[in-house]
Design a protein around this ligand. Sequence first.
Ligand code: SAM
Length: 311
Amino acid sequence: TNRKRPLPDDNDNDNNDNNAQQVAEHYNTRRELGVEGRLHTKITGLRLFNNWVKSILIGMHTFRGCKVLDLGCGKGGDLRKWAFAHIGEYVGMDIAQVSVTQAQKRYSELHNARFPARFYAQDCYGEPLEKTLQPVDYRADVISAQFCLHYAFETERKARQMMRNVSEHLADNGTFICTIPSANWLMKKLYTTDAGDLAFGNSVYRVEFVQREPVSVYGFAYAFTLDEAVEDCTEYLVHMPSFVALAKEHGLELLYCTGFHDLYSQNIGDRQNLELFQRMRVVDESRPYISSDEWEAVGIYLAVAFRKIAK
Ligand code: SAM
């Protein structure tokens, strides 16, 4: 496997294509477990739980016939969720060409996809989307960035380009939904580990920082490993106040920012959400609980939504 150490902070050194390439390579070379294989890993519960969260988010923010732009769409793991939400049109973009090809294949094999879809391989954070996206004035009703936006926080330049991409291609009153690791959660965990220790985790995940004190808002790197999913991948803390301020500058207001544990408590009481939880087999007879190590890892993430304010 290609192990990557987090890079020391080299903020706003715009020479960051290296890391974008590393990320692309990381996802391009990932082992494909297949549907059956993915049902029997240490993180099956966590993966299914995260899928349930994404389904809830998608259900909350889509409407029949809406146009969706999925930035960092990966292998198209959410295509069925979008189909289920009866969207009108889908555009998937990702930096990893291999993943984009797999997403395209997945779309062509989808039986209930009654929406047209197109896919582009490109860096969605470091570059303007118009480089590949057609038409150039394309606007989506919903922009989604699931488990990938933290890569944009490597530098301020990248984060700004990402925000410009979102703002320019989102319709007025459209929503931007994303799932990101919580910087507060990670920092709290770091500060409660033994003094001098830069790593923490459990049997399913591991986080390793290069230093204890953040020196700036952007480029605060850590290596993240999640059993069977990512190994030592360099990620960046998303400093929420800066993210919200940047979004505001680009005409987007924060609707909510909720940790996955809270999102679960707030939504599991709803009959439809509970049925979905059961249908998606997040837990079942053979696996009646999500393991406590998986549940801790679930708590890393935040669900965030913004609305583009109409001018
Ligand atoms: N959104 C998908 C999901 O939820 O299943 C994939 C999530 S995967 C953990 C992260 C994805 O972000 C990878 O497919 C990776 O290639 C993509 N990614 C990372 N940096 C990117 C960038 N600069 N532009 C576009 N995609 C990027």
